[in-house]
Design a protein around this ligand. Sequence first.
Ligand code: ADP
Ligand code: MG
Length: 449
Amino acid sequence: MSKITQEAVDFAIANGLVKYNAGYQLTHAPFSLTPCAISHQLLQRMAELTPVFNALWLKITNNSAFLREGLEKTARTDDFVRQLLNLLPSDDSAAGAQQMLISRNDFLLADGDGNQDPIPKQVEFNTISNSFLSLSRQIALLHRHLNLRGMLDNAPVGNDPLEASVDAMAAAIDAYDHPDACLLMVVQGREQNIFDQRAIEFRLLDKYRISTVRLTLEEISEQATLREGHLVIGGRVAALTYFRAGYTPDDYPGASSWKARELIEASTTITCPSVAMQLAGAKKVQQLLSRPDTLRMFVDESFYEQIRETFVGLYTLDDTIGDESASETACRTPERFVLKPQREGGGNNLYGEEMTQKLRSMSEGEKDAYILMERIEAMVTPSELVVESTSENLPSISEIGRYGLCLAEGKQIIENRDLGYLVRTKSADLDEGGVCAGYACLNSLCLTE
Ligand code: ADP
Ligand code: MG
């Protein structure tokens, strides 16, 4: 192992930049030794977009009629979306209720032609279970350390989305104003990225003396009850229910898990996110927003162009492109498209040959479960990537996520800001991008000037 790789791996392990691998052995999280260079101007522009996108998605969250209509056809063929829609309140009368969104807006940088800055193109806007609040901070600290040791040229752009999220959670729990208030973290049974989650728990206790209960939906169904509207678990009141699970059908192994979700939604606990907010993050909603009239329903004209500029083509399978269906175009030129079902968590999208086979074999009804997205041609740069203590230099692509916080009382926004960033760098020949799924490496940003 090279000196720098050894130094980096030791720092990673000593500072909680760790996870379980697929065999459930403890290892350092995969990371890059080449920070992703970005101009100050572009960095600023991306951070400034965060509240704009937050406000847009909050408006969608608060329009249940739009969600119902927009997802109706999808729900006919996608059971998971249907089950979530069934939990959507019948009207938007939750007005006044506390809403909390911890978002992450993921972008790939497309070549800006000539001397211009690259253009951030939106991959997706995530409204549930945004991971790496802690590990994205630790990778910036790792790069800072290597820079101080003289092993890395550039100092990273500071990053601490963990602290800001914990502060927001504590404020929400405090505002709930109950002596037995705690955080309920909804989790998966066997979580590879558990240390990223536990860092939130540790910080909440240390800084605010607030305790956390970690439970799966199944466990919640066994242990939780409603008392005067409160969600009560073992004598504690879940003031805030924070989801790090519940975004995939696997997290609902039976009817009892759905009952647990129902109980959470029926209680006065603040949900991060609510069912409506989760549904607003569906890929189908992203596709609907690519229609100018739909986007105009939700954004001020002054922000319209800025938002549009980040979009690439998004289509239903039977939309027309030129004189053929989007599905036919994708079969003819598969390298230009990604086929996406309504799923989160990585590894669900289809590319290339797999995509064309799926498109050709799909029933009419099944088509509504998917969207087609134009493939973003991201800029390729060389990066030194370290996976399980082995480093390799590869042509790579970096995906930049901006974390955001949005707090509202009913439709009234109380707080709305950017919380920091996530960079995931992966080999340019890989399609997908998840870190724990084993595709990508955590990275930091550094400034070009
Ligand atoms: P998930 O909800 O599973 O994270 P995403 O839509 O974020 O699904 O896609 C997963 C990964 O696939 C992304 O992180 C990105 O690396 C890649 N990807 C998704 N959409 C595109 C696209 N339009 N162009 C290029 N790569 C994409
Ligand atoms: Mg994603």
